[in-house]
Design a protein around this ligand. Structure first.
Ligand code: F6R
Length: 612
């Protein structure tokens, strides 16, 4: 959730930290702060409630912070309301230690009581402050700060990514990680920590991912890493492939719009390398044909939009494989004593690869003997590293909080996984296999045509932006697609919206339809087109205004029924949602724009949900 950046080098730290925080702001944006340390000035801290621009304004009004070592934080509040005092960095009572923290310290009450008895006075309501105070308590000043860090870590329960400064050793930056993302950046005469690579990509692409239990000591000359027993660790270096422009708006008003428009290219990145001579090739899969034959059941486990990808995947995978597929919310799965065993294939879907519930679900499934295959966007993320096999979506960095291109690429990749397995197991009709793989190559081009005209969505937004409630209805793939359309709309425009399987309307929801109610009816799924039409007629006859989405070949018929008709090019059934999602994203985007919402940073949300 929160974003962390840290720097040690020979240039002033503050500008590097602010630049890094700017790129991390999507992870949390209710407050921000930086701490810089130098031998002459000690710790200098500026932090405040609000966006990073408020912190920048504050810094402009004071003399520059002096020092070439520092830590920064952008917050998504968990413990303690967003205010200046609860913002990070947190400083110990003596002013000797400053920390930034991402995660939750579960036993902070117990530690706080211990320290209160020792006479320590706390300033904030956060769980994080106990780390700074405990570190100061253990650090007597005579030994290495690292001794005290290890002492503290041994007492912490919960999750943390930590950046630590101490006035006694102002040239060093210390970092630690457990169940929260943190990477190390190796520059020329400078070293970095960051929650993700976007924060430091302008300085270095040479990174290493910290593992749970590791502690790193950073100086301008290099980084030493130790495991939980303080044994030195050789880190594998990774080279970040994408460049800095991928994480910038590049002239677009919003990251979300940019990322919607990037979807065709992102799909090419996902699909092209894995489609050779009409065959799906998944070199990354560490599975033999015998392994594939072993699986009796597939679990698709995820949260939010990634879960919606799973909802769609269930239809497609069951169709291709004729195997039972269960779609599970990670937050439920982890506590449900799932019936996973060694005959289970557990597919964890996550853009960030850091979602705590998905991670916990993965570990639960692994403990039951399941094979873990993850579909992840962020290379080197925790979920990717803990999986038996990883399929990367290669969508590039996704900055907007509301996912778009990650969703699309996850969906394409899950479909390809289904095709691959079904082909290997001889379960798919060769004609269908050829038709779907053939259409996969055409998908990016078809999506480009959907994205080519935005006027219609702007018009619809101008007409419907002030609604209080919107219903999405659909059947089969369209039902699962509606879940995503509804989530997109509510999370960025704050309009209440619900998505229903159209066949369920008569079992209750239809009582909410009244003259003027806006219904978005999804009718791309050809086999049930007539049923979709009946549902549209039902809601229209109760006064609803209907924006319908269908395929080009059904345009004429739909235009006679719906209030407005949107279309996508025809394609094979399993790929329809890959085209159908784009109009729903644009619809949500333009409505949020009309309502003046902060599209890239919706209220109460953060990009990467690393708390429960
Ligand atoms: C919605 C959205 C979220 C994420 C969810 C899971 O637009 O982005 O619902 O899909 O938080 O995140 P990942 O995929 O990173 O595990």
């Amino acid at each position: 959730m929160c974003g962390i950046v840290g720097f040690t080098g020979s240039s002033p730290a503050a500008p590097v930290l602010l630049d890094g925080l700017e790129r991390l702001e999507y992870r949390g944006y209710d407050s921000a702060g930086i701490a810089v340390v130098s031998r002459e000035k000690g710790l200098q801290i500026q932090k405040c409630k609000g966006r990073l621009r408020t912190l920048r304004q504050r810094l402009e009004g004071i003399p520059p912070l002096e020092g070439t070592v520092g830590i920064g934080h952008t917050r998504w509040a968990t413990h303690g309301e967003p205010n200046d005092v609860n913002s990070h960095p947190h400083v110990s009572q003596s002013g000797r230690v400053a920390i930034v923290h991402n995660g939750i310290i579960e036993n902070y009450v117990e530690i706080k009581e211990f320290l209160l008895h020792k006479g320590v006075r706390f300033r904030s309501d956060t769980d994080s402050e106990v780390i700074a105070q405990l570190l100061d308590y253990y650090f007597t000043g005579s030994e290495d700060v690292l001794d005290a860090v290890y002492h503290v870590l041994a007492r912490l329960e919960g999750a943390y990514a930590l950046g630590i400064l101490c006035t006694d050793e102002p040239e060093r930056l210390i970092a630690a990680r457990k169940d929260a993302p943190l990477l190390l950046g190796y520059g020329e005469g400078e070293s970095f920590i960051a929650s993700d690579a976007t924060a430091i990509i302008a300085h270095t692409r040479d990174v290493a991912y910290m593992e749970d239990g590791e502690v790193a000591v950073l100086t301008p000359d290099g980084i030493s890493v130790f495991d939980q027993y303080r044994r030195p660790v050789e880190k594998a270096h990774h080279f970040i492939q994408w460049d800095v422009s991928a994480a910038e708006k590049g002239g677009y008003a919003h990251f979300m719009f940019k990322e919607i428009m990037e979807q065709p290219e992102a799909l090419r990145q996902t699909i092209s390398p894995r489609l050779r001579n009409g065959e799906v090739v998944l070199d990354e899969l560490d599975l033999t044909d015998e392994d594939l034959r072993r699986f009796q059941r597939i679990y698709l486990v995820a949260c939010g939009s990634s879960y919606h990808v799973g909802m769609l995947g269930k239809y497609n995978l069951e169709r291709f494989l004729r195997l039972p597929v269960e779609v599970c919310l990670a937050s439920e799965f982890r506590y449900s004593a799932p019936l996973v065993d060694e005959r289970s294939l557990v597919v964890v879907i996550s853009q960030s690869g850091e979602t705590l519930d998905s991670m916990a679900a993965l570990r639960e499934a692994r403990s039951q003997g399941g094979y873990i295959l993850s579909i992840v966007n962020v290379v080197g993320s925790s979920i990717a590293r803990e999986s038996d096999s990883v399929l990367y979506t290669w969508a590039g960095p996704e900055i907007a909080v509301a996912t778009t291109k990650a969703y699309s690429t996850q969906l394409a990749l899950l479909t390809m996984l289904g095709l691959y397995m079904a082909r290997k197991l001889g379960r798919i009709d060769p004609a269908e296999y050829a038709a779907v793989t053939g259409e996969l190559t055409l998908l990016p081009g078809k999506l480009e045509t959907v994205l080519a005209g935005t006027d219609t969505y702007q018009y619809l937004a101008s007409r419907y932006f002030n609604r209080d409630c919107v219903f999405f209805i659909g059947r089969n793939l369209d039902y699962a697609l509606g879940l995503e359309g509804s989530l997109k709309l509510k999370e960025i425009s704050y309009i209440h919206s619900e998505s229903y399987a159209a066949g369920e309307l008569k079992h209750g929801t239809i009582s909410l339809i009244e003259p003027g109610t806006l219904v978005v009816a999804l009718a791309t799924y050809e086999p049930l087109f007539d049923k979709a039409v009946s549902n549209i007629v039902e809601v229209k006859s109760r006064g609803a205004e209907v924006v319908a989405l269908t395929t080009e070949s059904h345009r004429e018929r739909m235009e006679k029924i719906a209030t407005h008709t949107l279309t996508i090019p025809d394609t094979v059934t399993p790929l329809l949602p890959n085209l159908g999602v784009a109009p729903l994203q644009l619809f949500a985007y333009y409505i949020a724009l009309q309502r003046g919402c902060d599209i890239d940073k919706p209220k109460n949300l953060a990009k990467s949900v690393t708390v429960e």
